[in-house]
Design a protein around this ligand. Structure first.
Ligand SMILES: Nc1ncnc2c1ncn2[C@@H]1O[C@H](COP(=O)(O)OP(=O)(O)OP(=O)(O)O)[C@@H](O)[C@H]1O
Length: 260
């Protein structure tokens, strides 16, 4: 089964999006929509285009054709006009509505944990320091790092750095939070603490979440919908229980057998 009903008022919508890297077509006439508050996980083989979807959403990658709608803002790229690149104004709008947690944390190394979390709300949203700090203190408590607010990233474990990165993304109060393999760079013993924070977020908040992960058990626990990606297409999607216990597409079965 490749089709999922399109939500009436999606917060994310790709319609006929084509993305090429030189001669390589990664997404071909790609359609995909996510409802507000939905938690959707993209799984699939390496190189199938999962991260590219997130990077296009975050405007980190231009695309060649199609329409992208994000939090009510639409971007259309007509065929044959080169690659869509967002204007400065678009970039600002996107970055206010969408947060992204990367594999490699990407914290500012010269800033304390607290400063990492308050920086964007102050600079981008114009929040007063006292308000941004209040927000940051709450979020650092939520990710279990209240006692590390004056530390620098180099003084933290990878798992702690990633939890700061999650707090930093949440400090912007985004409508959509993207996770690109958030535990891939971590030592195995640190994976659980990061997944725990994301799991609580997924279960306790109405934030829209789109995740790329190789952690299948985690995908099963947190997702409303799992999409199996194969060669730039969603070969199969559905509720996690069904996808993991009774996959219909041969490629999904083959993939799950190789990773479970
Ligand atoms: N900047 C780039 N330049 C050229 N090719 C790229 C670039 N970024 C990605 N690709 C190619 O696009 C394809 C899709 O990559 P993408 O990272 O989206 O896959 P993925 O499914 O997320 O893989 P993984 O699970 O390994 O992260 C791959 O063949 C990759 O080599």
């Amino acid at each position: 089964m490749t089709d999922a009903p399109t939500p009436a008022d999606p917060v994310i919508r790709f319609a006929g999006v084509t993305k090429r890297f030189g001669p390589l077509t990664v997404l071909d006439d790609f359609d995909f929509a996510v409802a507000p508050g939905e938690k959707v996980t993209l799984i699939g083989p390496s190189g199938s285009g999962k991260s590219t979807v997130l990077r296009i959403l975050m405007t980190l990658e231009p695309f060649q054709e199609g329409t992208l709608e994000l939090a009510g803002i639409a971007y259309h790229q007509p065929k044959g006009r080169g690659a869509f690149r967002a204007s400065e104004q678009h970039l600002r709008q996107i970055r206010t509505h969408v947060g992204m947690v990367f594999q490699s944390f990407n914290l500012f190394p010269h800033m304390s944990v607290l400063r990492n979390v308050v920086e964007a709300p102050m600079v981008v949203l114009g929040l007063a320091r006292v308000e941004a700090e209040c927000r940051a203190v709450d979020l650092l408590r939520m990710v279990g790092l209240s006692d590390k607010k004056d530390h620098y990233p180099s003084q933290l474990s990878g798992g702690q750095q990633q939890r700061v990165a999650i707090a930093r993304a949440l400090a912007m109060r985004p409508r959509v939070l993207l996770f690109d393999e958030p535990t891939s760079a971590l030592d195995p013993q640190l994976v659980g603490e990061v997944l725990g924070v994301i799991r609580s977020l997924a279960h306790e908040h109405d934030l829209t979440m789109l995740l790329v992960t190789h952690e299948m058990r985690f995908a099963r626990e947190v997702s409303d919908r799992v999409c199996f990606f194969d060669k730039g297409r969603i070969a199969e999607q559905g509720e996690p229980e069904r996808i993991f216990t009774n996959p219909e597409h041969p490629r999904t079965r083959e993939f799950l057998q190789s990773v479970l």
